[in-house]
Design a protein around this ligand. Structure first.
Ligand code: NAP
Length: 325
């Protein structure tokens, strides 16, 4: 089968098209003939060695296509079924990928209209956005929210899902004012640059601060987060795109009346796959029902480098997916 692989860490040039043997599903796994696979910022971080994955590595944390083989003990899935799967061990940027059956959702019934392109575009980003709002931030109706990387895949979904939960003010922030129009399409009340966000938060909340702040960026925006939170506000940390973390004192939470909470798909897959499955199903339904509209750009598998370059250079908005067959 054709697959994308990197044998060393580095820039997008390390991504190569290779021929590999078809994997064979083990107990509890299914093999999926991939029609579409998503590209995530996490795969950029893996490729550049920010979080070393074993080498060689076939990237791809999400894929949608047709079940082509079923491993021992798998129930409820069958050969020929159209499915969407979180493939959190990687491998989705290939003609076939193995997936844990618990994280494979049939594209049937209400989910049938999704199709493989939209499903692949929704898997990681919309699941993460929903899991954050529902289980990490526990956003309630009327609460205000600020989102960093507001024009990106997770950011776009978070704004729309927050609206569906009855959020109050929804603010977004981006690195470059040129991205503001793209972010505004996702239902934010206001989108600013990171530098201008503290003033916009103060303005919209009468100086109180936001109840929830979503931070996948790190660096200077992370350091600025606590000061923008309302009393009992939640700073949700779920990425570090800047590769620049912040160190806090434990007493900081006490002095600031705030909390810090994380969300991690991979960790949840290990500790609470049942809860991750619920987040995943909710996310796919939200897209199928039109609650979340995903703006996607589709490229052929062999052009994976272009998707990485766009994400890494901060030039991307919305979601990039790869057409595999
Ligand atoms: N914890 C989890 O389980 C989980 C799951 C999915 C995603 N994530 C994280 O959520 C974030 C969004 O993921 P995504 O796939 O939807 O990506 P994305 O938001 O479409 O793209 C990443 C965005 O990060 C921002 N960014 C900040 N500093 C950057 C830097 N130094 N280089 C490049 N980009 C930078 C950019 O937006 P601006 O230019 O506007 O800042 C960029 O557009 C990522 O950080 C990802 O790692 C975490």
């Amino acid at each position: 089968m054709r697959a994308v692989r990197f044998d060393e860490y580095g820039n997008s040039e390390v991504l190569a098209m290779v021929d590999l043997p078809e994997p064979v599903p083990g107990p509890g796994q299914v093999l999926i003939e991939v029609a579409h696979a998503g590209v995530n910022f996490a795969e950029v971080m893996f490729r550049r060695g920010q979080f070393p994955v074993g080498l060689p590595h076939v990237p791809g944390l999400e894929a949608a296509g047709t079940v082509s083989a079923v491993g021992e003990g798998v129930t409820g899935l069958r050969v020929g079924q159209l499915v969407a799967a979180l493939t959190l061990d990687g491998g989705g940027n290939a003609e076939s990928v193995l997936a844990r059956s618990q994280l494979v959702v049939p594209l049937e019934g209400d989910l049938a209209p999704l199709g493989t392109a939209l499903a692949a575009a929704a898997l990681c980003n919309v699941t993460t956005a929903w899991g954050i709002l529902d289980s990490a931030a526990r956003l309630r109706a009327g609460e205000s929210l600020a989102v960093y990387a507001a024009a990106g895949g997770v950011g776009a979904a978070a704004a729309q899902l927050a609206r569906s939960l009855g959020a109050g003010h929804v603010l977004g922030a981006v690195s470059d004012a040129g991205k503001i129009p793209a972010a505004e399409r996702h239902g934010y009340d206001v989108v600013t640059t990171y530098d201008d966000l503290p003033e916009a938060v103060a303005d919209r909340t009468g100086g109180t601060g936001v109840d929830v702040l979503l931070d996948s960026v790190g660096g200077k925006p992370r350091a600025a987060a606590t000061a923008m939170l309302a009393p009992f506000g939640r700073h949700v940390v779920f990425g570090n795109a800047e590769a620049d973390d912040v160190t806090y004192d434990g007493n900081d939470l006490w002095f600031s009346n705030t909390s810090r909470v994380g969300y991690n798909l991979g960790g949840l897959a290990g500790s609470r796959p049942d809860l991750l499955r619920r987040h995943l199903e909710h996310a796919l339904r939200a897209v199928a029902d039109g609650v979340v509209r995903v703006e996607l750009t589709e490229l052929p598998l062999a052009e994976v480098r272009q998707a990485h370059r766009r994400l890494e250079s901060r030039a991307s908005t919305g979601k990039y997916i790869l057409r595999v067959r």
